[in-house]
Design a protein around this ligand. Structure first.
Ligand SMILES: O=C(O)C(=O)Cc1ccc(O)cc1
Ligand SMILES: [Fe+2]
Length: 444
């Protein structure tokens, strides 16, 4: 039995300079700051764009004093009931630094908590405990005058990534107890129609993919889906030539219906966020996944894709506001095949080139995906930002899907090349062969 997830609630980032990221999310990425929790010891700010919510947490510069005593508002036992001992009253929880999360003792900025709504926190806790999970926060209740929320935090199998599981069905407020609403009006922003998180990509150690897949399948009922119709069940989607050495495997979560049958969100017209596991392959030399593992000091979330209904307008607005995107080599847009592909999809190569937007066609997922024709080909457009933090680690992606649910090989190759060129030219990082030593250090 798995602990099925209902929906993605928010993704939290832990950074040392909250002001800088807050400024960028609002002024460049056009997110709205809608809720804030300001306590003596920490700041947590919530930003929204459509259904995509980021919580930015202040990461202490110095590791805080180790508290040996149990934290107030957090139950320590394995049983859970809503007695007064484990209901944290907001404002009174002086010891809880980071509400709905843990303060990671991590040395670099990182996107490291993906929070999901579940139907029953206590039931999820029991299921996960029976699977031998590590809990960072056991079931805990938080309330204010708008109601009650219960949550718990579980460590994932991927590097520093944690999952907060939350039940907010008994809560009427706009976000979560403990947060003050900053603004209730979501700006009607037609120039940046970002609606939700499309996917989260993990950078993992070599050969870790099967373990990661199994963990999410067993614990949360995730299902594998194939990125490409020729993908091998065991090997995943392997790109291993021309300098690209990457293994990709994708999965998505399924919601538990009333009858206990797993339902895909797409059946209910509510988009699901996909998860992609990226692993580097040794044959093609050093690459962006290894760089992430090195600079992030271990596996974690490499990028998050924001789904937009109009990538050209979104990329244009964000670029005007100062967002820097990767661009493929200019020749990408003038290659005969690519130019035609772009025009047939109704776009202008010049417009896409202006912001480095990539276009790929994909066989539409349907009853017979093997039969290729003009009609069943969908396409997808993607553009990738340069790293957001000081290290070459986390970045964002914009994606617009037109009947394509996977990822395009051409886009992955183009992204890979532009990142490699950036590492070599702008960052001056040598991109030589991986040595066993630097891979060892990356994988710890
Ligand atoms: O294409 C995408 O958006 C992906 O998410 C796949 C991917 C994953 C990791 C990389 O370093 C490059 C591409
Ligand atoms: Fe992506």
């Amino acid at each position: 039995m798995a602990a099925y997830l209902n929906r993605l609630h928010h993704i939290s980032l832990h950074v040392s300079n909250v002001n800088k990221l807050a400024y960028e999310l609002v002024s460049q990425y056009k997110f709205d700051l809608f809720a804030a929790r300001l306590s003596g010891q920490s700041r947590q700010l919530a930003f929204r764009k459509g259904a995509a919510v980021f919580v930015v947490n202040e990461r202490p510069n110095q590791p805080p004093l180790r508290l040996n005593e149990p934290l107030t508002g957090i139950t320590n036992g394995h049983s859970f009931d809503l007695n007064r001992d484990n209901v944290g009253k907001c404002g009174g929880d002086r010891h809880v630094n980071c509400l709905y999360d843990v303060t990671p003792h991590y040395s670099v900025d990182s996107a490291c908590n993906v929070c999901f709504e579940v139907e029953d926190v206590e039931r999820s806790f029991k299921v996960l405990r029976d699977h031998g999970c590590d809990f960072l926060v056991p079931p805990t209740a938080v309330q204010d005058d708008r109601g009650l929320v219960t949550y718990m935090v579980v460590k994932s199998i991927v590097g520093n990534v944690c999952h907060t599981l939350i039940d907010r069905t008994k809560y009427k407020g706009s976000f979560l107890p403990g947060f003050e609403t900053v603004s209730d009006s979501s700006l009607d922003d037609t120039s940046c129609p970002v609606t939700h998180f499309d996917h989260i990509t993990y950078a993992c150690s070599r050969k870790a993919t099967p373990q990661v897949m199994q963990w999410y399948q067993r614990l949360f009922g995730f299902r594998r889906f194939f990125i490409d119709s020729n993908e091998d069940v065991d090997e995943g989607y392997v790109l291993n030539q021309d300098g690209v050495g990457l293994r990709l495997t994708a999965m998505e979560y399924w919601k538990c219906s009333q009858k206990g049958i797993a339902l895909n969100f797409t059946d209910k017209k509510e988009p699901t966020c996909k998860f992609v596991i990226a692993e580097s392959l040794p044959e093609q030399g050093r690459n962006q996944v290894d760089t992430f593992l090195d600079q992030h000091r271990g596996p974690g979330i490499q990028h998050i894709a924001l789904y937009t209904q109009d990538i050209v307008s979104t990329a244009h607005t964000m670029a005007e506001a100062g967002v820097q995107f990767f661009s493929p080599p200019p020749a990408y847009y003038t290659e005969v095949g690519k130019q035609q592909e772009i025009e047939e999809a109704g776009h202008s190569p010049q417009m896409l080139a202006q912001h480095g937007i990539l276009l790929d066609t994909d066989v539409r997922q349907g009853p017979s995906p093997q039969i290729e024709s003009r009609e069943n080909r969908g396409y997808l457009l993607q553009v990738f930002t340069k790293p957001i933090f000081a290290e070459d680690t986390f970045f964002l992606e914009l994606i617009e899907r037109r009947g394509a649910s996977g990822f395009g090989e051409g886009n992955i190759r183009a992204l890979w090349r532009s990142v490699q060129a950036y590492m070599e030219n702008e960052r001056g990082e040598p991109q030589g062969e991986s040595t066993p030593e630097n891979l060892q250090s990356a994988h710890h």
